[in-house]
Design a protein around this ligand. Structure first.
Ligand SMILES: NC(=O)c1ccc[n+]([C@@H]2O[C@H](COP(=O)([O-])OP(=O)(O)OC[C@H]3O[C@@H](n4cnc5c(N)ncnc54)[C@H](O)[C@@H]3O)[C@@H](O)[C@H]2O)c1
Length: 419
């Protein structure tokens, strides 16, 4: 009896020590998960797991015990992978008023910061971020969609090379979706990929472009034709920077927020329908972040569910291409959503968009529908047999995928004609 109790006491002590070591091991796994996320590496690393299993199993002297220990380690590896995945999902963006003043905390302490911005971003924001970096080079792009070009990408990469950036340096993107898309892509390509942090300053970038790890430039009139999936090391959102955003740009971002409300959150859409206004921008951004993070966590590479975020984009991208810079991205998305809603909802959406200052009709004398359709079918979302996958919303908070022919999409487009 005494021996039994003594052995049980030993096991209790060992289990307590194992629990402590387990927590320590999982903390290290979470760090590895964060690094892999920042560098776009998959959680699973079969070669490393096999090596770790063989090396540690060999440490058990009694050969009869080795298979037992091997199985224990295998379980540990499975749980560790699961935890790495969860820890990655935990790397939520920082969203706080005044966050830009402390944003430097997310930047690596070692190495240099290559701060990419555009010439429309107020100088105090650039100064605030640059002032928090130990060593910083500022590179300013011409503002606007035209900067998402191969020429501008090459110029940016040349500037990074000329600055002597190394793999331990980091790109900081401060600006709207254009800066995030271009700087994120350049960071992903330079020396096979260096770290990048996003500091979105437009509402559109805060609710959409800075999240989810998609980067791209346009090519030959095709939007986002060339890009990478690559998660940033961190995203810091300071809603105070919206104070200087021109009203048209604010409405542009609201279009993407309405998109998320329509497809995922009926209560959020009701806030847009409230004649008193949609309320606090910080809450609005938080609601959109929640939706986008959930969609991206379920389908990072856009193999399925993430395509829902293209709601309004099929026709929207076509209109954007045909408008040749006269309409903003969000304005085109607003237009593109209307024909893709059930008729009763379409009228409710039209009222919301009008209140937000977004367009709801297209003047087809100025924008050629044939050019819109040519861009739509060339868009990367065109599927086999000429069918184009589109997202349809029958009622707020619900969506369906529809496969439409070009003729069917053209008929939907013409619903936007002003009477
Ligand atoms: N990667 C993605 O997942 C994703 C998602 C949605 C959109 N996008 C892309 O985002 C781009 C559009 O982004 P956008 O609407 O932010 O446009 P943008 O980056 O061109 O910014 C809009 C304008 O606002 C100015 N600006 C930005 N912040 C400001 C501030 N705080 N104060 C004053 N001026 C400010 C900029 O200088 C610019 O002139 C498009 O190219 C689109 O394809 C990407």
């Amino acid at each position: 009896m005494e021996e039994l109790q003594a052995a049980r006491a030993r096991i209790d002590r060992i289990d307590a020590e194992l629990a402590r070591l387990f927590a320590e091991r999982m903390a290290a796994a979470a760090e590895i998960g964060a690094w892999k996320r920042a560098h776009g590496r998959p959680v699973r690393d079969p070669a490393r797991e096999a090596e770790l299993l063989a090396r540690n199993t060999a440490r058990i002297e009694d050969p009869r015990l080795r298979p037992y220990f091997g199985r224990l380690l295998e379980t540990l590896l499975v749980e560790s992978r699961r935890w790495q995945g969860e820890a990655q999902a935990d790397l939520a963006p920082v969203l706080r008023r005044g966050a830009l003043a402390e944003a430097g905390a997310v930047l690596p302490r070692q190495g240099r910061i290559f701060l990419v911005t555009d010439d429309g971003i107020p100088a105090p924001y650039v100064g605030a971020l640059a002032g928090q970096c130990r060593s910083c080079v500022v590179y300013s792009l011409p503002q606007g969609e035209a900067s998402k070009s191969p020429e501008q990408l090459t110029e940016l990469l040349r500037a990074m090379l000329a600055a002597g950036l190394t793999r331990s340096d980091c790109v900081a993107a401060l600006g709207g979706g254009v800066v995030c898309d271009l700087a994120g892509l350049a960071a992903g390509l330079y020396m096979r990929g260096i770290d990048c942090c996003y500091f979105p300053t437009s509402l559109l970038a805060m609710v959409d472009a800075a999240l989810g790890g998609k980067t791209a430039i346009d090519l030959d009139g095709v939007k986002n034709a060339v890009g990478l999936f690559r998660q940033p090391r961190a995203v810091v959102i300071d809603p105070d920077t919206l104070a200087t955003l021109p009203p048209r740009q604010l409405a542009n971002g609201l279009a993407e927020a309405v998109k998320m409300a329509l497809t995922h959150d009926a209560a959020l859409f009701a806030r847009f329908e409230d004649p008193a206004g949609y309320g606090d921008p910080e809450e609005l951004i938080a609601a959109c972040l929640k939706i986008k993070s959930a969609v991206v966590a379920a389908d990072e590479r856009e193999a399925g569910l993430r395509r829902v975020l293209n709601f309004g984009h099929t026709l929207g991208h076509g209109i954007e291409a045909a408008a040749e810079g006269r309409l903003l991205h969000g304005e085109c998305v607003a237009l593109g959503m209307l024909p893709m809603c059930a008729p009763p909802l379409r009228e409710r959406l039209r009222a919301v968009l009008e209140r937000l200052g977004l367009p709801t009709y297209v003047n087809f004398h100025e924008i050629d529908p044939e050019r819109v359709m040519a861009a739509v079918v060339h868009d990367k979302k065109a599927g086999p047999e000429g069918c184009i996958e589109s997202v349809f919303v029958p009622e707020p908070g619900r969506f369906e995928f529809q496969r439409l022919t070009a003729a069917e999409l053209r008929a939907r487009l013409m619903l936007l004609a002003q009477n």
